[in-house]
Design a binder for this molecule. Structure first.
Ligand SMILES: [Zn+2]
Length: 259
């Protein structure tokens, strides 16, 4: 893997042009309020190294890896859909007095998927030629190239105030079945988590990518399962039924919590 330290003017993770780079925030701006956080390497956490370096950021998790043109395209084309969905879920969680098993929310799934894929691209310090990334680049701003058939995006409710980003790692797609491993990328932040992998079925989660062939502004009723709450460190926690394989990039994965 080619490893390049990112400069102020450098290659954009999305358009690959050399330009002044700008900050991309996870969660995206316009969603929940950016606060002061403490960031730790996810690799150190998983492997139980408690002495890992901690970084402080005053305004959330951010990556200076894309140019301002790509940044503003993501901010106008895709982020509003993701922010709107998250806001609706938060309102629902706060207002509902009855325990409901699931909620149905109207979304534009293609814009939503592209938002998730865009932030996966930006959440990477190394510039490399991973196939996943070049496929994301092709589909992201194109109306003609749909999200590839071997990209499967699953989601689940994530009622925790910690942000986790992991890139290019592998883990069983089915609990305990080490013969069925998925190559995955993951973004978790309140109130929803997404995992993008090469497996059509992943731990019985609901699929967003089944809507891949819709037009960009088609609307569906998305089911949000409120009954299946997973742990904070699911599915990356290593135990007797789970293993995680890391790549050089996954060692840059982060776990961020409010200070
Ligand atoms: Zn760019």
């Amino acid at each position: 893997m080619k490893k390049i330290k990112r400069n102020r003017i450098d290659i954009c993770n999305i358009c690959r042009e050399t330009k002044p780079l700008s900050w991309d925030h996870v969660p995206p701006k316009g969603g929940i309020k950016l606060t002061s956080i403490e960031i730790q390497g996810i690799f150190e956490l998983i492997s139980g190294q408690t002495k890992g370096q901690k970084k402080i950021s005053q305004n959330g998790v951010k990556y200076r890896t894309i140019c301002s043109d790509c940044n503003s395209k993501i901010g106008t084309e895709f982020d509003p859909e993701l922010n709107k969905l998250n806001k609706t879920i938060i309102e629902f969680l706060q207002s509902s007095s009855v325990l409901q098993k699931y909620s149905i929310i109207k979304v534009k799934p293609v814009r939503l998927m592209k938002a998730v894929l865009a932030h996966l691209l930006t959440a990477k310090h190394n510039i490399d030629e991973v196939v996943t990334d070049s496929k994301i680049r092709e589909t992201l701003f194109s109306d003609d190239i749909s999200i590839p058939d071997d990209f499967h995006i699953h989601y689940w409710i994530y009622p925790f105030n910690c942000t986790v980003i992991m890139r290019d790692f592998a883990l069983p797609a089915e609990t305990g079945n080490y013969a069925n491993c998925a190559v995955a990328n993951m973004i978790k932040y309140f109130p929803l988590a997404f995992i993008v992998s090469d497996k059509e079925n992943f731990r019985e989660l609901d699929s967003l990518s089944k809507y891949r062939n819709l037009e960009i502004d088609d609307v569906v009723n998305l089911k949000i399962d409120l009954g299946k709450i997973q742990d904070l460190d699911w599915p990356e926690r290593v135990d007797e039924n789970n293993i995680v394989f890391m790549s050089a990039e996954s060692t840059n994965g982060i776990f961020a919590k409010p200070r």
